[in-house]
Ligand binder design. Structure first.
Ligand code: HEM
Length: 512
């Protein structure tokens, strides 16, 4: 009996799968790719499926390559032309998201926006995020950027005499900064102990999102939970439930008017909360939204996790890379600081309205996002069988758009691997999704809905750090000795945290 379950059934399923695949393959060829083994396909090279590993494979197999990962078909897109096909020309067919068991469970079965499949539910969630939560009209989020950047600058300026020549861990500093910004934008002001509790929940989620789960590649093995993942998943989601339920209940008990200027994201979402789901002992909650669109507490929790994952590491890694590249390129550092001095003067800090008057600074931000897109691989899934560049891509395939490789495509960029911000001075190319050689925020339907807020966090922080301080590498390190390797995860931050010494450079006090 056991032999039947563990061996015979999987073999029959694989044979059926193989036969169907071959039948389907006869219509169009699959793109080229590395040869795989029977049954497991290319699973043994899973560790090469990073932005760098896939870029190497693309040098050999081209801009569209095929990998079979157990039961799963995967395709890597590494050229601007194929990216345009996938994200624009045929975007509806490519607008679903792949999600393994862990992601499905931790997002309450895709109750969020980032992992919801393309369709009416996703459209409503997207509208809620774009029009309400991430909108420029939600002044509280922009206010939290200003406040938290200001306190970071004050913290640096306030260092005691004994610490002044000691290096600052810029990576840690900016990760804390962006977490503080998003935490306040989402929950309003909550205590520090709450924040550290929430960060440990996020860290466990992050580990579970990235964990290898055999059932994702051989679905018929999924029910066995061979790696004992179920218990970890239940515990992680249980902690999130406990944390956010109490935040939501607190907000329901202390309602603010709909148009209050200090409304946080939880306040904004509560207006759409289903009345039954909002029942909290001792309150008489009444939904005051005019909209027929209603959400549940699970939707709220899942969206909050989208915001936390989408808005913290992305912005933090971009800030750290921007600082690292400028420290490695003293000429560009000099030029950008001179521009800040010419436009703003040395008697005050940077204001939001200054950002538009700093063309070279903007070029530096673009060049950072070109070389170090915070999300190096876009993950999409096909909703139907498609044909791209003469090759076939079956329905439910995993698509990895290698934004990192595309930003360094030698046919699109001169000296593609070199940091050279001035290349954007006489160029129309921008990152809003219309130029497929430069798509750090994605393009099309699934592109980043938080771009404006993310850019504001990035630009305000880097401008303020560069304007208020001069920066020096520690221990007499030469710019050329700076370690510029990255690590691959949800984002691709510097492998070795950037450390540098800030010295105040303004004539006015920046402590007040
Ligand atoms: C420098 C900052 C940021 C960068 C570079 C960035 C980049 C991206 C990229 C590349 C995608 C995927 C696009 C695709 O799959 O085609 C994405 C999606 C997303 N981003 Fe951002 N992002 C940033 C900041 C933010 C912020 C601040 C938020 C929220 C406050 C946010 C929320 C999201 C969400 C919710 C999605 C999923 C959208 C969907 O699936 O429909 N991002 N972002």
């Amino acid at each position: 009996m056991e032999f039947f379950i563990f061996f015979f059934i999987p073999c029959i399923l694989l044979l059926m799968d193989f036969t169907l695949r071959r039948h389907w393959m006869r219509k169009f060829p699959l793109p080229p790719g590395p040869l795989g083994f029977p049954i497991i396909g290319n699973l043994l090279i899973m560790n090469q499926l990073t932005h760098r590993g896939l870029a190497k494979l693309a040098e050999k197999y081209g801009g569209l390559l095929y990998l079979r990962l157990g039961y799963l078909n995967a395709f890597a897109v590494s050229s601007p032309e194929v990216a345009k096909q996938v994200l624009q020309v045929q975007d509806q067919a490519f607008s679903n998201r792949p999600a393994g068991k862990a992601i499905r469970y931790l997002t309450y079965q895709r109750a969020d926006m980032a992992f919801a499949h393309y369709g009416p539910f996703w459209r409503q969630m997207r509208k809620l995020c774009v029009m309400r939560l991430f909108s420029r009209r939600r002044s509280e989020s922009w206010e939290s950027v200003r406040d938290k950047v200001d306190s970071t600058v004050r913290f640096l300026a306030n260092r005691k005499n004994t610490e002044i020549s000691a290096p600052v861990n810029v990576g840690e500093l900016v990760f804390n900064l962006t977490t503080n910004i998003i935490f306040r934008a989402a929950f309003g002001s909550t205590s520090n102990s709450d924040q550290s509790k929430f960060i440990s929940i996020l860290q466990e989620f992050s580990k579970l999102f990235g964990a290898f789960n055999i059932g994702d590649f051989f679905p018929f093995l999924g029910w066995m939970d061979l790696q004992g993942m179920n218990q970890r998943l239940e515990k992680a989601r249980g902690s999130l439930d406990q944390f956010i339920d109490s935040v939501i209940d607190d907000h329901i008990r202390n309602p603010k008017p709909n148009d209050a200027v200090n409304n946080d994201m939880v306040d904004d979402m509560i207006a759409f909360l289903d009345t039954e789901d909002a029942a909290v002992a001792g309150t008489s909650y009444k939904n005051d939204s005019q909209s027929s669109f209603k959400i549940t507490k699970n939707n709220m929790k899942a969206i909050i996790m989208d915001v936390m994952f989408g808005g913290t590491e992305t912005v933090a890694s971009a800030i750290e890379w921007a600082m690292a590249e400028l420290l490695k390129s003293p000429e560009d550092m000099k030029k950008v600081q001179q521009e800040l001095c010419d436009v703003i003067g040395l008697d005050r800090k940077v204001d939001e309205s200054d950002l538009e008057k700093l063309p070279f600074f903007k070029c530096c931000m673009k060049e950072t996002l070109r070389l170090h897109p915070p999300i190096p691989l876009l993950l999409h899934e096909t909703a139907q069988d498609c044909e791209v560049a003469g090759y076939s891509i079956p329905a439910r395939s995993r698509i990895m758009v290698n934004v990192w490789a595309i930003g360094r495509d030698k046919s699109a960029w001169k000296d593609a691997d070199t940091y050279h911000p001035a290349r954007f001075e006489s160029s129309e190319v921008d990152f809003r999704g219309g130029f497929y050689e430069f798509i750090p925020f994605g393009s099309g339907r699934r592109s980043c809905p938080g771009m404006q807020l993310g850019l504001y966090g990035l630009e305000m922080t880097v401008a303020q750090l560069l304007h208020c301080f001069t920066w020096q590498l520690p221990d007499g390190m030469k710019p050329s000795e700076l370690e510029m390797g990255d690590v691959f995860g949800l984002t691709a931050p510097l492998a070795v945290r950037l450390k540098a010494i800030p010295t105040p450079r303004l004539n006015c006090s920046i402590i007040s």
